[in-house]
Ligand binder design. Structure first.
Ligand SMILES: Nc1ncnc2c1ncn2[C@@H]1O[C@H](COP(=O)(O)OP(=O)(O)OP(=O)(O)O)[C@@H](O)[C@H]1O
Length: 419
């Protein structure tokens, strides 16, 4: 892969070193933004004009270290891959960063060809990771996948928060699959479906017929969804179990109750702190329109393959309707609506009514805000006209607008005065 047209951030305070790296990258066709301090780099990488494909960073900077820079970026998002360049004194720090998922490092002085090969290899690896996100193609989905990949590289408890159907279970399975526990067991349990005594029994009590889930998942992963439903007893047992440093990797899913002000349900603070060693949030599907379309096409392909008489595609109107719908049930709702739509569609392509059959009465398919506003205004004007026996001045007073404004609105909305 070449570096042509790649956007590279270079963070290096040494004029000679920085100059030669920048010059060589530009010769390769890359666009380089050269920064000499941590503070300037932090702002530029956090809110870039165009997303950086990679960051080449010195470990020692005049106002801090490359590690500080990388860690500060991690607090808010998944940074682009970093290639650290360091003198011998910085090797320990660089190795520590690579364990944290930072990417790669080279010690100075280095051979320029080796530097270019490492940099382009790192960018390619990052791109293929991007292509593999099971959550979609939006920047949020790509960040999420990078976060899951990073979580898979250690054994700390993971806490996944997201509204119902956003794919917390899918995220837990992805972490398991990407980790070195892949060949070990993966088990999930939904606490909201269990009675208080079953919760404790299933998680902690071995019987002759069945080992407790905490034991059955040794060297593997245990995913507990709906953790906010854990009883006090189970919370105590979980706390004790975690203190015993089990070989099971624990992942918990939390679904906020949209009708409650409690942010983390009933989980005790000390346990919560332990469970949230790695904190992951899955944004709602409606905030990721690119992923709505991407998922829709994936489900379409899958369900269409099951049809005897294949459909010829998705209509643009159907895609538009999907993007403007709120998807309160997120990916789960999209999946079930697509399954029904594709299996029952009568036409050659999928139309909005296949996806939203309840929209016959014009309520389920969301409309543009301007249409909603026009409809409401129309209804209010017609009511005022009726109430005032079609008297424009009286109707305008009722609506608290001037006569001219009412005339203009009536003209725009196609309402004819009966006088
Ligand atoms: N990005 C996605 N790709 C594929 N399937 C998805 C995706 N998001 C959600 N789904 C589908 O939605 C359903 C729900 O997913 P999952 O159980 O992982 O969600 P959840 O967030 O754990 O849900 P809940 O909180 O309601 O238990 C699954 O059938 C899954 O196939």
């Amino acid at each position: 892969m070449t570096l042509a047209n790649r956007h590279i951030a270079l963070v290096e305070d040494d004029e000679i070193m920085g100059g030669s790296i920048a010059q060589r990258l530009e010769l390769e066709g890359a666009h380089v933004i050269w920064m000499k301090t941590k503070t300037v780099a932090l702002g530029a990488i956090r809110t870039p004009h165009k997303k950086f494909d990679a960051v080449v960073c010195d470990i020692k900077l005049p106002d801090g270290t490359g590690e500080d820079l990388y860690m500060a970026l991690c607090d808010h998002s998944v940074p682009p891959p970093f290639l650290f360049v360091t003198g011998h004194g910085g090797v320990d720090q660089a190795v520590r960063l690579i364990h944290a998922g930072a990417a790669d490092y080279l010690t100075k002085p280095f051979n320029m060809d080796q530097f270019l090969a490492r940099l382009s290899g790192m960018i390619t690896a990052n791109q293929s990771e991007i292509g593999n996100s099971p959550f979609g193609v939006s920047p949020q989905a790509i960040d999420l996948h990078a976060t899951l990949t990073r979580a898979a590289s250690n054994d700390r408890p993971v806490y996944i928060k997201g509204n119902r159907g956003t794919g917390k279970g899918l995220a837990a399975r992805t972490i398991h699959k990407l980790s070195n526990r892949e060949s070990g067991p993966f088990q999930s349990v939904d606490l909201s479906r269990l009675t208080a005594s079953d919760q404790a029994n299933i998680l902690f009590d071995d019987t002759a017929e069945r080992p407790a889930l905490t034991r059955a998942t040794e060297d593997g992963t245990l995913y507990i969804s709906m953790i906010s439903h854990a009883t006090d007893t189970v919370q105590n047992l979980l706390q004790e179990w975690l203190l015993s440093e089990p070989t099971t990797r624990l992942i918990c899913g939390f679904t906020p109750d949209l009708n409650s002000s409690e942010t983390d349900g009933g989980v005790r603070l000390d346990l919560l702190q332990r469970l949230r060693a790695v904190d992951i949030f899955i944004p709602p599907l409606a905030s990721r329109p690119d992923d709505i379309l991407w998922l829709m096409r994936r489900f379409y392909d899958g369900f269409n393959a099951r049809r005897e008489k294949k459909l010829k595609g998705l209509s643009v109107r159907c895609e538009e309707a999907a993007v403007s719908y709120a998807w309160p049930g997120n990916g789960r709702e999209l999946r079930s609506k697509m399954e029904r739509a594709v299996s029952q569609a009568q036409g050659e392509v999928l139309f909005p009514l296949d996806l939203f059959p309840d929209a016959q009465d014009d309520t389920a398919v969301p409309r543009a805000l301007s249409d909603v506003r026009d409809g409401a205004e129309r209804a209010a004007i017609l009511a005022a006209l009726e109430q005032t026996d079609q008297h424009i001045l009286e109707a305008a007073k009722l609506l608290s607008i001037s006569r001219t404004t009412l005339w203009e609105k009536m003209k725009k909305l196609g309402i004819k005065s009966e006088h």
